[in-house]
Design a protein around this ligand. Structure first.
Ligand code: ADP
Ligand code: MG
Length: 414
């Protein structure tokens, strides 16, 4: 639904731009022809009259003949092609016409046409770089070609003028583009925030309802395990699965909870060591070795250590899960610029291609069968609450490095 309405809006914009262009083109073209070839020569005596030279009347036949074609394309639902139809027809007709008139003669080369200026100056209304380059390169190359063929240096004047006009049009075009780009970004941001807000409320409500029955379920399972120690096989698995549900619910609840972070000075080495003890089992199972390099004695980090542990567990798990055939994870911790702690986690896994990097951290974005797509979102939120940054560097097939930077001391309210 959304997709098609967006496309139809863009389509409608293209149609509007095409109509404006057609109006401008014909108004300017007809006025220019009338003034230059009929009115001026009548006032000032003899002059060139277009229809008798070069392609003669065919110039008009072609340039007005493509109009029904343009209407046909617009009605057929393909307005995109109309602008190209005009620029190509115009360049072709004008080049042939000029060559027929001037080639092999020493007549002074009369150049420049208002339609060319219309083409270049109004190219930005289509907000299409390819079309823009077609127009400006087309015009400039046309004059260079004519200059070479007719051996006439007079083509320098229109060439220079059109290069300058193109530069102006280009500036307008990139302003349009960048403006549209930021509109899209703002829209996207809004969409994400809205989505998050709704999910947050829902998650908090559902999470709350699930948590209580879950904890009694876990309690009874443990009780049952103690009561029937001989039928132990499945209890650990049941408890482990309940814990898994619990951690998913916790992730979900984090979204809806008002942020209550307790900043306390903590030792980053201890935080990392704790995370490793939690992920160790999974790492061994997946034949992944984890190597930690900590650069010298590190200052205490002002943070909510409980939440940071959650972040590192998420990131290390992701690293392990990216290497189904085993491999190495390297964790580096060092101080950056004297006031930031930088923790990087590098894996040799599948990597993330550029097109997907911006999806990371979106709620429920996952590529795994058993994934929740919440880990990175929660991690991102926690790091942001710490005024820090989470960045990804990845190359497909070679691996991913996730870099966390957090200020060593928090500066809230200072
Ligand atoms: P989940 O792990 O449940 O899928 P996450 O939010 O933790 O959710 O991660 C979202 C997605 O980001 C993953 O499904 C995966 O496609 C991608 N991803 C995250 N970390 C890595 C990594 N280290 N290497 C490759 N892909 C990753
Ligand atoms: Mg994950």
């Amino acid at each position: 639904m959304k997709e098609s309405s967006t496309t139809s809006k863009l389509f409608y914009e293209e149609e509007k731009a095409t109509k404006i262009f057609l109006w401008l083109f014909y108004i300017f073209y007809i006025s220019f022809e009338l003034i230059y070839y009929y009115i001026f020569p009548n006032i000032y005596g003899r002059g060139i009259t277009r229809p008798q030279q070069g392609l003669g009347i065919w110039v008009y036949v072609i340039l007005f003949g493509i109009f029904p074609l343009a209407i046909y394309f617009m009605k057929k639902g393909n307005p995109y092609i109309v602008k190209y139809l005009y620029i190509y027809s115009f360049i072709l007709v004008d080049t042939v016409h000029t060559i027929l008139i001037y080639y092999g003669t020493d007549k002074p080369f009369g150049s420049g046409d208002i339609a060319e200026v219309v083409f270049i100056l109004f190219a930005p209304i289509f907000v299409n770089k390819r079309y823009f380059w077609t127009v400006s390169a087309g015009m400039v190359l046309k004059y260079i070609l004519l200059g070479v063929l007719l051996l006439d240096v007079r083509v320098v004047v229109p060439t220079v003028i059109y290069i300058i006009l193109s530069a102006i049009a280009y500036i307008i075009l990139i302003r349009f583009n960048s403006y549209i780009g930021s509109l899209i970004e703002v829209h996207e941001e809004l969409r994400k925030t809205e989505k998050l807000a709704v999910i947050g409320q829902m998650a908090a409500a559902i999470g709350h309802e699930i948590r209580n029955p879950l904890s009694s379920l876990k309690g009874f399972t443990q009780l049952q395990q103690e009561r029937y120690p001989n039928t132990n096989d499945f209890y650990p698995i049941m408890i482990q699965e309940i814990d898994r549900i619990n951690s998913i619910v916790n992730d979900l609840m984090y979204l809806g909870k008002p942020k209550e972070i307790k900043f306390v000075k903590a030792n980053i080495e201890e935080i990392i060591a704790y995370t490793l003890s939690i992920t160790q089992h999974q790492a061994e199972k997946e034949k992944v070795t984890i190597e930690t390099v900590i650069a010298g004695p590190l200052p205490p980090l002002e943070c909510d250590s409980h939440q940071l542990k959650q972040v590192f567990i998420n990131l290390i798990k992701n690293a392990i899960e990216s290497m189904p055939d085993g491999g190495r994870v390297k964790i580096n911790v060092n101080v950056l610029d004297g006031n930031k702690m930088k923790i990087s986690i590098r894996d040799e896994g599948c990597g993330i291609d550029d097109g997907r990097i911006h999806n990371l951290g979106e709620p429920f974005y996952t590529t795994k069968n058993e994934g929740t797509g919440l880990g990175l979102m929660v991690s991102n939120q926690i790091i942001q609450d710490h005024q820090g940054e989470l960045t990804f560097k990845s190359s497909v097939g070679n691996g991913t490095t996730v870099i966390v930077t957090i200020p060593i001391t928090q500066t809230f309210g200072k």
